[in-house]
Design a protein around this ligand. Structure first.
Ligand code: HEM
Length: 248
């Protein structure tokens, strides 16, 4: 599909995902799906794929992650399309082990070119959703409102154990390790700093090993320019009408 059509199709899929995620309250699982980069065909994503068959699953998973954040009140994350589907499944053991400590987390995330700051910001993904005993053996949400994206994950981490809330070993090390802890303290008191860092780290994670094809980048640029031109025309005609009304 030519660049501009693909970008337009992505915008349509974005609206469908927004409606689907809001009505099914499935933002957490969509986010986890995007983070795990799984090619397991989730039935909800399949529905959207059926309406937009030209969009790759890889783009749809990442788009679903971005939309999950917007729907739950999180930061706007810049989305760049153009991922190709791969028939090769990611290697087992690529995902972090929830029972391990700081050096394991660094092993996994440094390998992907991510930093301590990224590790702490991304762990804030656990603001949303819960663990299910039948899936992971763990149970419960990390925060009191697991469908709202805010900085409560970090506030709860500093508070220590609280009844009904989950803390994995990999969550606890963020408070114990002095390098990680300074970001936990920052995000617990400054939600804006968390949102800004989260958006940057999420984008990095979602674009690992991927460079958007240049024809798609130029299509995106063209579309942004036409949106800016249309907005300017609307503003100018509005100003013109006000000036005319005032002069009468
Ligand atoms: C730092 C290492 C991480 C570990 C060890 C870890 C581990 C886990 C585990 C064990 C679960 C419970 C799964 C279940 O029982 O359904 C979970 C859920 C979840 N994780 Fe992580 N995770 C990590 C990082 C991340 C990151 C980076 C994100 C996103 C940016 C994320 C987003 C989520 C979400 C949204 C859920 C809830 C899913 C649901 O409600 O169905 N996690 N994670």
């Amino acid at each position: 599909m030519a660049g501009i059509e693909y970008v337009k199709e992505i915008e349509k899929a974005r609206r469908d995902l927004k409606a689907l995620i809001s009505s099914k309250h499935c933002a957490p699982i969509m986010l986890r799906l995007a983070y795990m980069g799984s090619h397991m065909a989730l039935s909800s994503v399949k529905e959207v794929k059926a309406k937009h068959p030209k969009i790759s699953y890889a783009d749809l998973y990442q788009l679903a992650g971005v939309v999950a954040f917007e729907v739950t009140g999180g930061p706007c994350i810049d989305f760049v399309p153009g991922r190709k589907d791969s028939m090769i499944s990611p290697k087992e053991g690529r995902l972090p082990d929830a029972n391990k400590g700081a050096s394991h987390l660094r092993d996994v995330f440094y390998r992907m070119g991510l930093s301590d700051r990224d590790i702490v910001a991304l762990s804030g993904g656990h603001t949303l959703g819960r663990a299910h005993p039948e899936r992971s053996g763990f149970e419960g949400p990390w925060t009191k409102d697991p469908l709202k994206f805010d900085n409560s994950y970090f506030v709860e981490l500093l508070r220590g154990d609280s009844e009904g809330l989950l803390k994995l070993r990999t969550d606890k090390v963020l408070v114990e390790d002095p390098e990680f802890r300074k970001y936990v303290v920052l995000y617990a008191k400054d939600e804006e700093a968390f949102f800004k860092d989260y958006a940057t780290s999420h984008k990095k994670l979602s674009e690992l090993g991927f460079t958007s094809p240049s024809f798609l980048r130029s299509a995106l640029k063209k579309m942004m320019i036409s949106v800016a031109v249309a907005a300017t025309v609307v503003i100018l005609s509005y100003l013109y009408q006000i000036t005319r009304r005032e002069s009468h």
